[in-house]
Design a protein around this ligand. Structure first.
Ligand code: DC
Length: 228
């Protein structure tokens, strides 16, 4: 049987992690898991149910009522996240969620809840997972770790274009502030802050096309597949 590996992709918000992760998963026939979608879906649940996330007991009880599942949608050729049986893939991309998700993702119990499920998903390998702590905490022994980056202006522009398609009222300023705030909280939190794993390879895609970034990453994959 062909050897399968675990590929982790971490990095700052909106630097193209999910695009590369999807490209790699498609190319290799691997499963793609968007770990950020889990934190976003938990945030949606907390907001809808008025959970006071500064209260440990409330967080604990809320997490007991949350079931997350990824279901592949053949029409979009992509996995979509379900929160307690409801497809929330599109709802969780809203700026309202983006404004709160970094606070929710900084909670120790929330992270333990998400990480345990992420580790189960990777038990059989053949997986590409993107996020902030995948190479450092979720799969510290992954065969290939990629840390992505891109210029700030490029990241803001990319996220703005994505959000503008759904909501033409969104402004560049709002998007810029949100990215800066999330990057700060994600990299300064006490539990599993965003950082490059010592053995991660850096990929700055500011000036790379999608094809070029895929090429580069596939070279790394091939070198890992031929290693063991
Ligand atoms: O990748 P994203 O922008 O959809 O992630 C949303 C938020 O979730 C991000 O601001 C930080 C948090 N996150 C995290 O803390 N750890 C992960 N592995 C993935 C996301």
């Amino acid at each position: 049987m062909a050897k399968k590996i675990i590929i982790t992709i971490d990095g700052w918000s909106s630097c193209g992690k999910s695009t590369l992760a999807k490209q790699l998963a498609k190319e290799l026939g691997y499963v793609y898991v968007d770990s950020g979608a889990m934190y976003r879906a938990i945030t949606l649940y907390f907001l809808r149910n008025h959970v006071d996330w500064t209260d440990k007991k409330e967080v604990h009880n809320a997490l007991e009522s949350i079931n997350l599942e990824f279901v592949f949608n053949p029409q979009r050729q992509a996995s979509e996240i379900f929160l307690n049986g409801e497809n929330v893939e599109f709802l969780i991309r809203d700026l309202v969620i983006a404004e709160k998700v970094s606070d929710v993702a900084a909670i120790r119990e929330v992270r333990a809840f998400a990480v345990a499920q992420q580790q189960k998903m990777g038990a059989k390998k053949g997986i590409v997972m993107d996020g902030r702590d995948i190479g450092t905490v979720v799969f510290p022994k992954a065969e290939l770790k990629i840390f992505m980056n891109a210029d700030n202006a490029v990241r803001v522009e990319r996220r703005f274009r994505e959000l503008y398609e759904k909501n033409p009222n969104v402004t560049i300023e709002e998007v810029k502030n949100n990215l800066e705030m999330r990057d700060y909280i994600d990299s300064h939190r006490e539990v599993s802050p965003l950082r490059k794993a010592d053995d991660a390879l850096e990929l700055d895609n500011t000036n790379l096309t999608h094809e070029q970034q895929l090429h580069k990453a596939l070279d790394w994959v091939n070198s890992r597949l031929h290693k063991a």
